[in-house]
Design a protein around this ligand. Structure first.
Ligand SMILES: Cc1cc2nc3c(=O)[nH]c(=O)nc-3n(C[C@H](O)[C@H](O)[C@H](O)COP(=O)(O)O)c2cc1C
Length: 210
């Protein structure tokens, strides 16, 4: 199947059947998220993979009681850094130097530029920027799930403060941004499954400037 066929196949499943998704598929979906591009390559987020049913049961009531939370196989929680710190920025620059095996003056100047700007900014502003980066990885995971023939429901209908509390995210300097329950659609209980996908026409989306 072509990528666009798979993107047409996918939809935001409203009911899942509890069937487990093979770990190798989950790993490839996570790898797609890991490969997502991010601003300055900082990857300012982590992904919490909730397999534990009791934790899912706790999250469901603070997520509008959406049934996919407990019916899914794996619940991915994309949690962004609560702010940018010098340690966090240095970690990624040092990692780059380690992996590439050399230091580059331009890159080091760029590090200093980020160190002199991000950590001084308001934490909320930094979190919002980090959360945008988390959404890029979230979208990659969503597409990768479709590629694997696995359903995934993009989900931001939840109380982030409550989810942070349940998962102990604040202690780790993280805040939940968006979630992605992964599993298999339950066709006979899903009102959305047979409805035509609605998207605005291309001409309302794209403006070409020749
Ligand atoms: C960031 C984001 C958050 C969403 N949150 C929810 C949600 O909490 N519950 C839900 O049922 N659908 C949620 N959706 C699904 C959208 O309503 C759905 O993707 C959109 O209507 C397009 O339909 P499709 O995904 O089935 O093609 C969310 C989608 C996105 C991208």
């Amino acid at each position: 199947m072509e990528l666009l066929d798979k993107l047409n196949w996918r939809y935001a499943a409203k009911a899942m059947n509890g069937e487990k998704v093979a770990e190798e598929k989950i790993q490839r979906i996570l790898e797609a998220a890991r490969l997502a591009p991010t601003s300055s390559g900082l990857q300012p987020f982590e992904i919490i993979v909730v397999k534990n049913q009791e934790i899912k049961e706790k999250i469901k009531p603070v997520a509008w009681n959406q049934s996919v939370i407990t019916e899914c196989s794996h619940l991915l929680v994309f949690a962004a850094w609560d702010t940018y710190t010098a340690d966090r920025i240095n970690y990624m620059f040092d990692l780059t130097n380690d992996i590439r095996g050399f230091k580059n003056e331009g890159w080091e100047n760029y590090r200093q530029m980020l160190l002199s700007s991000y950590p001084q900014k308001d934490a909320e502003e930094n979190f919002n920027h980090a959360a945008k980066q988390a959404y890029i990885a979230f979208a990659e995971a969503l597409t990768a799930a479709a590629f694997e023939g696995v359903d995934a429901t993009p989900l931001e209908g939840f109380d982030p403060t409550a989810v942070d509390e349940i998962l102990g995210l604040r202690d780790k300097g993280l805040r939940s941004a968006v979630m992605l329950p992964i599993g298999y659609r339950k066709e006979d209980e899903d009102w959305l499954v047979n409805l035509v996908k609605v998207r605005k026409p291309m001409e309302d989306l794209v403006t070409v400037i020749e």
